[in-house]
Design a protein around this ligand. Sequence first.
Ligand code: MN
Length: 433
Amino acid sequence: MPTHFEIHDSFISEQNQKTNDWVKEDYEHLSKKLRRQNVDIEDLVAKAQGFRFAIPSWGVGTGGTRFARFPGAGEPRDIYEKLEDCGTIYKLVRSTPAVSLHIPWDKPEDAGDLREFARQRDLHFDAMNSNTFQDQPGQKHSYKFGSLTHPEKSVREQAIQHNIECIEVGKALGSKAHTVWIGDGGNFPGQQHFRRALERYLESMREIYAALPDDWRVFIEHKFYEPAFYSTVINDWGTSYYCARELGPKAFCLVDLGHHAPNVNIEMIVARLIQFGKLAGFHFNDSKYGDDDLDSGSIKPFQLFLIFNELVDAELNKEPYFSPAYMLDQSHNVTDPIESLMMSGVELVRAYIQAHLVDRQELTDAQAKCDPLRALATLKQAFTTDVAPILAAARARAGGAIDPIGTFRASGYRQRKAEERPARKGAAASGIV
Ligand SMILES: [Mn+2]
């Protein structure tokens, strides 16, 4: 049995010693500043420590653009090595104890064994994800012209059975949710009958819904284009909401930030889904043009903050059916995936804590008095507060790294993994979802 390099807790605390003094100094200063606003910094540290989100199993491997994939040295070759990397992320940032699996990319041969492997790393399994947007080797029917909405019943049946299989695997792994994203749509006007395609979708989804255990939820993920470029069947949140309502109380709408046209007001979609009791959760990422799958907060950090502003508002109001599942969904070519996932994770907690800094009474007053400038200033006040010392304290107190990326680089993890994981010939490339 070859040894597998791990970053030890003692190494993390050693690294933390280097920057501990300035973190303390900044923390004290911020604490005083927040006290003037009647905010107790310790409450925010507790909130930061309570914030949890899942890592997608496909996110720890180097992704590809639509054009090419450039494998990195030491990237994971199977689901066990992916879980090792997820465990490393969790050790350093302390907010990612869950992993979301994609089937069949990461279909375990022995679910019980995989579950135990995860448990030993304090990890568990979040939502399952099906794949009917690619053909798999040996598959009987092709998804070239659709899956759950295909005109041929036999193709739809195959896609339904695949989703039910994902739920079965998830049950063995201790998952409680299943995410369905389909690539179904049309590339040309007239290719698909819009209404009939949606009817077939609902008919298929009803069978998948019926296979859900009582304590499970199913998440519908909408996307306005790609891989189909003219139309998609679940094109927007309205269609997603309609389907979730038609299916029943276990169906919810998942928001992937990259699945909207540029400049769409996503925070408003979030507010609508919260109000209608149908927000499933998120696939967090960022984009400049389309479904770029860039790191969270890298392009539009203010938008991320405004989304969290809606989420925190709902949290504080204890809105019914509000129990969002948070996940990162990103994949690209030019950074180390572990570093990118940690960077994104830090940005999510940052936006969450900043949203908790919004003076809700001040905002409500400004809205009631029709004072848009004051309303915006109230949001900006929270958004421009540097909460880095809170995030650092939350991580460090939980045994994580003050500087996750610096600590990761200093550990030599990637170099060690490059030695442990020589590239296998013909390794499957994960895709983009
Ligand atoms: Mn997604």
